[in-house]
Design a protein around this ligand. Structure first.
Ligand SMILES: *[C@@H]1O[C@H](CO)[C@@H](O)[C@H](O)[C@H]1NC(C)=O
Ligand SMILES: *[C@@H]1O[C@H](CO)[C@@H](O)[C@H](O)[C@H]1NC(C)=O
Ligand SMILES: *[C@@H]1O[C@H](CO)[C@@H](O)[C@H](O)[C@H]1NC(C)=O
Ligand SMILES: *[C@@H]1O[C@H](CO)[C@@H](O)[C@H](O)[C@H]1NC(C)=O
Ligand SMILES: *[C@@H]1O[C@H](CO)[C@@H](O)[C@H](O)[C@H]1NC(C)=O
Ligand SMILES: *[C@@H]1O[C@H](CO)[C@@H](O)[C@H](O)[C@H]1NC(C)=O
Length: 340
């Protein structure tokens, strides 16, 4: 760690990193990246960030939104993941698993996610490599896919992991699938996005091929530089969510298979995925990435808000369906719903 800090001080370009809380904005069956214009979309998501979130989203979100549920008040981006459900092992009813904040984050945070923008997460190569270029206006991407259903397929996604929480602070080993036994502190899910961009396209037909992931293994391995096809190193974006599974643990009979599943009827954890729609105001993200003192939450040049203010940012309910309480079917996944 000591040599790491020393190296950080020696390099000329700045290598900033941000870590902050975003409260829950809404939970709805919408996906303006993968299913734009479709209300409802295929499966339920939990969404954090700016209030420009809508059925269809185009253009500069940072200029459209007027508030955000994130602690960094210039971050009007949206971030979302599928929602976790508990399937009752004997009666087959579903219940949405609540999301709780990371206890070390800002007081007042309501559920939501921890957001990271770092130069060297999952790798240490950022120190001697290219400077970090912020995402351009209109940029969007996804990571992972609901169609990933085997361990073999999941190997292509080193940055999508689960950890069984021993308590509210300590995480168990990383796994690509859901934990196989009840977790006393809940299930911790992390989504690392790829950090090499083609430098041209703000999106691509599959929402992924304009990006390239240099990370092939778990852990803090040295990652190769960005390839010529995707030469621009953007911030390593990471989302963390804490699913509070604790109230369901005593309904999980000993030895029975994992009863938690994704909102797309995903009984394996492998289909985990996340979406990102860039919306930082003006050049605020680039300014932060250029300042070494912007390391985690200590950074004078970024505007912050208290979570009491952040929690007042809302969007309307646009789908009009029940996603909470005990449900006999997962929203959109009933037998009469064709898989779109
Ligand atoms: C969502 O989009 C619709 C149609 O363009 C628009 O009428 C509505 O105001 C938008 N909602 C928000 C919260 O921006
Ligand atoms: C299944 O069990 C839960 C928990 O006891 C209960 O609240 C729910 O109503 C049950 N569902 C059905 C269909 O009986
Ligand atoms: C939350 O509030 C408590 C009590 O005022 C304080 O001790 C703690 O430092 C606060 N935590 C954060 C992350 O600000
Ligand atoms: C909470 O966040 C801190 C700081 O990023 C991290 O070290 C810790 O592992 C997280 N814990 C949980 C349970 O999310
Ligand atoms: C960030 O740093 C780069 C390289 O030094 C510079 O070209 C750019 O103008 C800076 N951008 C901002 C917004 O400070
Ligand atoms: C949900 O998944 C289960 C197990 O993989 C499968 O048996 C069932 O048919 C699926 N339901 C729907 C509506 O696709």
């Amino acid at each position: 760690m000591k040599s790491f800090i020393a190296a950080l001080a020696l390099v000329a370009p700045a290598y900033a990193g941000l870590r902050f809380a975003c409260s829950q904005l809404t939970i709805q069956r919408l996906d303006p990246i993968v299913n734009p214009g479709q209300n409802p979309s295929r499966h339920v998501h939990q969404i954090v960030g700016g209030n420009a979130f809508n059925v269809t989203m185009t253009g500069d979100i940072g200029a459209e939104a007027t508030c955000t549920t994130c602690e960094m008040s210039e971050d009007l981006s949206n971030y979302w993941t599928p929602v976790l459900y508990f399937k009752h092992p004997t009666n087959g009813s579903y219940h949405r698993v609540p999301i709780i904040k990371n206890t070390s984050l800002a007081n007042g945070t309501k559920g939501g996610m921890t957001i990271y923008y770092t130069p060297h997460d999952l790798c240490r190569d950022g120190l001697e490599q290219q400077p970090i270029t912020a995402f351009p206006k209109g940029f969007r991407m996804t990571v992972g896919s609901p169609t990933t259903s085997t361990e073999e397929q999941a190997k292509a996604h080193a940055g999508l992991r689960f950890q069984c929480l021993v308590n509210t602070l300590n995480r168990g080993p990383e796994t690509a699938d859901f934990p196989t036994e009840p977790c006393p502190g809940g299930i911790f899910a992390s989504h690392h996005f790829p950090a090499c961009w083609d430098g041209k396209n703000v999106d691509s037909p599959d929402h992924q091929s304009h990006m390239y992931n240099t990370i092939e293994e778990d852990g803090f391995e040295n990652a190769p530089p960005c390839p010529a096809s995707h030469p621009v190193r953007v911030p390593q974006l990471t989302l963390e969510t804490v699913w509070d599974t604790t109230k369901f643990n005593d309904m999980w009979p000993k030895g029975a298979p994992n009863p938690f599943m994704w909102s797309f009827n995903g009984t394996k954890g492998y289909g985990t995925h996340a979406d990102y729609l860039f919306g930082w105001k003006d050049d605020s993200l680039q300014r932060a990435m250029n300042q070494s003192e912007c390391f985690y939450d200590g950074c004078g040049i970024l505007e912050k808000q208290t979570m009491d203010v952040a929690n007042q940012c809302t969007v309307p309910e646009m789908v009009g369906e029940e996603t909470d309480g005990w449900l006999t079917e997962l929203p959109g996944q009933g037998a009469d719903m064709p898989m779109k």
